[in-house]
Design a protein around this ligand. Structure first.
Ligand SMILES: Cc1cc2nc3c(=O)[nH]c(=O)nc-3n(C[C@H](O)[C@H](O)[C@H](O)COP(=O)(O)OP(=O)(O)OC[C@H]3O[C@@H](n4cnc5c(N)ncnc54)[C@H](O)[C@@H]3O)c2cc1C
Length: 458
């Protein structure tokens, strides 16, 4: 079995997992090449820059409880970042509420609804549920009232499949992801009521954000890789060839590499098709970003807000200015990053530009801008593979994919897209650290601990 020191380590994908793996292995003395399909590195955590505006792919901020990930981020960001408290909201039946819910907002909810949700809470203690899909999970945890009014519509609008066809993991991860606060207990209606009424949910935990936008972090990482002799090839898709249980060649355009080790962070399904394996049903969701520049202030102060209603085209809006003022060209301009989900190749994806007027009209409808005239520009971006779709049978299909790819002894899957994993950046960083530790141990360098990797190997 070849190790990371027996030749070139090829890393497919220059997102968080790929770049962090490349940096850590390069620092440990391996020779690395990163191949990235897009012109820009950063993957789902990249930014788009135009006319003095910077937009991420939806709201992106660093949040972690892992001390090694924290140490790594401190080392990379080197003070070029700001810690700020979270301010997120949800737009529900024509009104804005703080999200996660706050006592003040619970009182503002329509009274019949609040009463029915309370009755659900009591009734649920006597009910039995067979939890094999999203619908059953949410009914069990929150009751039918909140399911009908909030979770069902948002989930169906977001994923494009019925909650009965969605795996309960989507609810578990998705609800946590929307909340991201370990102090908040909102796993079910009883906890939600308790933590809300006891005022325990002051969501003041600060997030870290790079001053110039998320892209700044990845530019710093790529500078470290290249300064140590690593290569980053962008704007070219990688293609693998395999034989006798090994990846024997990886192509980047006309150039090819015979890898000692391959770290694959691109779609798991693409790895399977390139290596001639039967591809199971593991679809990814596409995301359309309408990056809207407006010449005015906006009446809300949220960093991001969820829009679940099905008469509004978008799912979420984020406002980069409230992450860092450096993301706008001047104090009179505001950028709005508007997210619409779809499937790659469907009508929305193909004709995304045609939705622009609808997006702008809905911005007026939800009270964010006064009229169309304040819109200075709209840039449309298509983001493939933005979320793995956890359909009802995904664990079976994922297991098939993992087993098939495990027969290639020098191939290692990593990251969100490579592992079909609904995760966050800190998870991809942690995953890269653990993988590098394992690869270095296989190469006889077991003394390199995760903490050493995080702090940097001098
Ligand atoms: C809308 C949205 C909001 C988010 N908000 C947050 C947040 O606030 N905080 C947070 O921590 N996380 C957030 N995340 C999650 C975060 O973006 C991901 O966890 C992280 O970026 C995943 O990085 P990765 O490297 O594992 O995967 P990816 O970013 O998917 O990297 C895979 C890379 O492989 C490349 N690739 C694909 N095919 C090929 C090929 N054939 N050859 C070469 N390269 C290829 C892709 O272009 C991509 O760069 C959010 C995600 C989304 C979609």
């Amino acid at each position: 079995m070849s190790t990371v020191f027996d030749g070139t380590v090829v890393i497919v994908g220059g997102g968080v997992a790929g770049l962090v793996s490349a940096q850590l292995l390069q620092e440990a003395g391996a020779q690395v090449v990163v191949i990235e399909r897009n012109e820009t590195i950063g993957g789902l955590a990249r930014s788009f820059r135009y006319d003095g505006f910077s937009f991420d792919c939806g709201p992106h901020r660093f949040h972690t409880e892992n001390p090694n990930v924290k140490a790594y981020l401190d080392r990379v960001i080197q003070g070029d970042g700001t810690l700020f408290p979270r301010r997120s909201e949800v737009y529900f039946q024509g009104k804005y509420y703080r999200w996660p819910l706050h006592p003040k907002n619970l009182v503002q909810l329509p009274k019949p609804m609040a009463a029915r949700a309370g009755i659900d809470l009591v009734a649920n203690t006597f009910k039995e549920y067979q939890i094999d899909n999203f619908e059953q999970y949410v009914l069990r945890q929150y009751g039918p009232t909140l399911y009908e009014h909030f979770f069902r519509g948002y989930s169906e609008k977001f994923l494009g499949i019925h909650p009965r066809e969605t795996h309960p993991d989507w609810a578990k991860v998705g609800i946590n992801r929307a909340i991201i606060d370990d102090k908040l207990q909102m796993q079910n209606l009883a906890q939600l009521v308790k933590s809300t009424l006891t005022q325990f949910n002051k969501v003041e935990i600060p997030f870290l954000y790079p001053t110039e936008g998320m892209q700044q972090a990845w530019e710093k990482v790529s500078a470290i890789i290249e300064a140590r002799g690593g290569r980053i090839l962008s704007g070219v898709g990688a293609r693998m060839e395999g034989q006798n249980g090994r990846v024997t060649k990886v192509w980047a355009g006309e150039e090819s590499f015979e890898p000692s080790v391959v770290i694959w962070t691109a779609p798991i399904t693409l790895a399977m098709s390139q290596l001639g394996l039967e591809v199971p049903h593991l679809p990814y969701l596409g995301l359309l970003l309408y990056n809207v520049a407006v010449e005015c202030d906006i009446p809300r102060r949220y960093q991001w807000c969820y829009y679940g209603a099905d008469d509004i085209v978008f799912n979420r809006i984020s406002v980069p200015r409230f992450f860092s003022e450096s993301t706008v060209p001047d104090a009179t301009s505001t950028g709005l990053c508007v997210e619409v989900t779809c499937m790659e190749g469907d009508a929305r994806w193909e004709h995304a530009e045609r939705l622009t007027d609808w997006v702008v009209d809905d911005l007026v409808k939800v009270g964010l801008i006064p009229n169309r005239r304040v819109v200075h520009d709209v840039w449309v971006e298509r983001i493939p593979e933005s979320y793995p779709i956890y359909h009802k049978h995904y664990p079976r299909d994922l297991e098939q994919a993992r087993r098939g790819l495990a027969t290639f002894e020098n191939l290692h899957l990593a990251g969100r897209t490579g592992m079909f994993w609904y995760n966050n950046m800190d998870h991809s960083i942690e995953n890269a650290m653990q993988l590098c530790k394992r690869l270095l141990r296989d190469a006889g360098r077991a003394e390199i601990e995760e903490e050493t990797l995080a702090a940097g190997i001098a």
